[in-house]
Design a protein around this ligand. Structure first.
Ligand code: XCC
Ligand code: SF4
Length: 631
């Protein structure tokens, strides 16, 4: 069987997209590919980060003839402020998602819509935070933990309590560099204040606040999002599902969930399983109800359930262009406003559910802890009733899809590692088997592949080609976000993909029964990666900066990615970027983010917009870390 196994190529994926664009042309609607053409070339000032529109004396743009804005701000100040504002935007976004999750846990009850599913994770966290658990109702514990998590966002003094999980070395570094994160809201407000007209013009101070703001996300808001979601919806464990546009079903009601916060999709999943709904689906001539995911909501769904993933970021229009999307339900983040106009050309119903993401041409049904079930039921029902309205002349479902073995939370990874320990002589529940493989050189190291798709490079190509090259070099991959979905679409989350690995990694995959790319979840779940590297460093007895582990975001696009990159670097992990961070107009900023942060936190960015060059430098970086360790 393994001989027949073939990856789906980027060319094949592009051919699918091209065929779907024919439908777009037929119905007279534009897609992102058309808009990229209209927007190219991009504004050179914006690209270099030297356009300032922070006050109304401007906008000011830096050129050789005009090296200062009206207030005197230089390219370094302007690019630095723009960069910090991106980091703050990202930290705010992830963290507010996390806060919403905490509120759902605060509202959770036995007979409500949101429940405690992973009680042992809740109890562990309660113990960690000194919350009494003995003899208490699990929901009382949940509410107290949730309240503590919510209060972290605005506490007037002290640091993020999640940072206590970091290594001692990291905490000391953060304190020494004065970047230990305080409350999330405080760090975001400080960033906005610092970048207001007439405040910080010193690029180094702006970079420091970017690190701090990022840390309040990765070791604050995002970690809250991950932990609260695990407690409510279950901690992901390894299992099989499927990914890519081929998961859309001709003879079933297709409901697509898109966005990031699983609070909505969890309800849709639940009500799509309701016998009453299944009966209704049969009545309209459908064989069943197929709930599928897009972007990080898709990741959340596939990590915890057998739910299939329809696509990543740049497939959100394509999903509707298949002509079989009976409803698309969005929560927050990464949602193209063009979903409205595209859905209008089809029978597709488009629902927005959050006051944070209000989009024209959608039906707005705000979801709260109190009404979530009713709203989800209404959406599922309307999607079913919409099934007969499909227009046969507009239907094309690409055939490509792959099995995806997903669910690699830290707990999921440890559960696989436990299977290769000798239970009589080895400890279980540690990363030690993995560390042994890295020490012996069977594995050279690990890369965290994260981030979005970006048409500035060939979408998915960078992800997939870089991953293939790393695997061939015995470097194991952990992935989240749209990077993980790219792997899923290509077939790299299928266990049979081990055939594309070097001999060492292939052996590890066989022994531990894992795919070579481990799907760790959504973008907020990069907090899992922070705990993973922290756990490995602690079990190994070295600093995170010494690990042969790096981060890579070859196709990033969002402000959230800037926040992530900042906390990954601050955690001591070099980060390889395939897209320019929009500060090229300031040599000082370029120096600070590549070399400057190395002096502060022991890691920095390596930027290369050519994927072949990027992967070469990753391999060199990992080998250099090994050499320094003497392994
Ligand atoms: Fe994908 Fe998270 Fe990026 Fe959005 S931001 S494009 S990874 S869905 Ni995280
Ligand atoms: Fe121009 Fe300074 Fe105002 Fe920016 S803050 S727009 S550089 S005057």
């Amino acid at each position: 069987m393994s001989q027949e196994f073939k990856l789906t190529t980027v060319e094949q994926m592009e051919a699918d997209q091209a065929r779907l664009r024919e439908t777009a042309a037929q119905v007279g609607i534009d897609t992102w590919q058309d808009r990229v053409k209209n927007q190219t070339p991009h504004c050179g000032f914006g690209e270099k980060g030297v356009c300032c529109r922070i006050c109304a004396m401007g906008p000011c743009r830096i050129t050789p003839k005009a090296p200062k804005g009206i207030c005197g701000a230089t390219a370094d100040a302007i690019a630095g402020r723009n960069y910090l504002r991106m980091a703050a935007g990202g930290a705010a976004t992830h963290s507010d998602h996390g806060r919403e999750c905490a509120w759902k846990l605060y509202d959770a009850s036995e007979d409500g819509y949101y429940h405690v599913t992973d009680a042992s994770k809740l109890l562990k966290l309660a113990k960690e935070w000194g919350v009494k658990t003995d003899g208490r109702d699990i929901y009382d514990v949940a509410h107290e933990v949730a309240e503590l998590a919510i209060n972290e966002y605005g506490k007037p003094t002290g640091y993020q309590r999640w940072t206590e999980r970091a290594t001692e070395e990291r905490r000391k570094t953060w304190e020494k560099e004065d970047i230990m994160p305080r409350a999330v809201d405080r760090e975001v407000v400080t960033a906005m204040h610092m970048t207001h007209m007439g405040n910080t013009a010193d690029a180094e101070a702006l970079v420091r606040q970017s690190l701090r703001c990022g840390l309040s996300d990765g070791w604050g808001g995002s970690m809250t999002g991950t932990e609260m979601s695990d407690i409510m919806y279950g901690t992901p464990m390894p299992h099989d599902t499927e990914g890519n546009l081929g998961v859309m079903e001709m003879d079933q009601v297709n409901i697509v969930c898109h966005g990031h916060d699983p609070a909505v999709s969890e309800m849709i999943i639940r009500f799509a399983e309701d016998p009453e709904m299944l009966k209704l689906a049969k009545k309209v001539g459908a064989k069943g109800i197929n709930v599928v995911g897009l972007c990080c909501t898709g990741n959340e769904m596939m990590m915890r359930h057998k739910i299939k993933m329809a696509g990543n970021f740049l497939q959100q229009e394509a999903v509707i262009l298949t002509g079989v999307c009976d409803a698309i339900v969005v929560d927050v983040q990464c949602i193209f406003p063009n979903i409205g106009p595209v859905a209008e050309c089809f029978h597709t119903k488009f629902y927005t559910t959050s006051p944070i993401a209000r989009i024209p041409l959608s039906e707005y049904l705000p979801i709260t802890s109190q009404n979530a079930g009713e709203v989800a039921k209404k959406i599922v029902k309307e999607a079913i009733e919409n099934f007969p309205n499909r227009e046969p002349g507009k239907i094309f479902i690409p055939e490509h899809k792959h099995i995806a073995n997903v669910g690699y939370s830290c707990e999921g990874i440890k559960s696989r590692l436990d299977t290769v320990t000798n239970s009589r002589i080895d400890e279980i529940d540690t990363y030690k088997p993995l560390i042994e493989c890295v020490k012996s050189g069977v594995l050279r190291g690990a890369v965290a592949m994260v981030g979005c798709n970006n048409p500035k490079v060939r979408p998915d190509y960078s992800h997939i080609e870089i991953m293939k090259k790393l695997l061939a070099n015995d470097i194991v991959i952990v992935a989240t976000g749209c990077a993980a979905q790219a792997a899923s679409k290509a077939g790299l989350l299928d266990k049979r993909a081990k055939q594309f690995c070097g001999e060492g990694l292939r052996r590890v995959c066989t022994l531990a029964d894992i795919p070579p790319v481990l799907h760790m979840g959504s973008c907020v779940d990069i907090s899992r990666m922070m705990l993973l590297v922290t756990g490995i460093a602690k079990d190994w007895g070295i600093d995170t900066t010494q690990l042969p582990v790096v981060g890579c975001a070859p196709e990033w696009m969002s402000e959230k990615a800037v926040s992530i990159a900042n906390y990954v670097v601050a955690t001591g992990i070099d980060t390889y970027l395939g897209i320019d961070p929009l500060v090229g107009g300031s040599p000082q900023m370029m120096q600070l983010i590549t070399e400057g942060t190395k002096k502060m936190v022991g890691a920095g960015y390596i930027i290369n917009t050519n994927p072949d060059g990027l992967v070469e430098s990753i391999i060199e970086g990992i080998e250099a870390k090994r050499k320094a360790l003497g392994i």
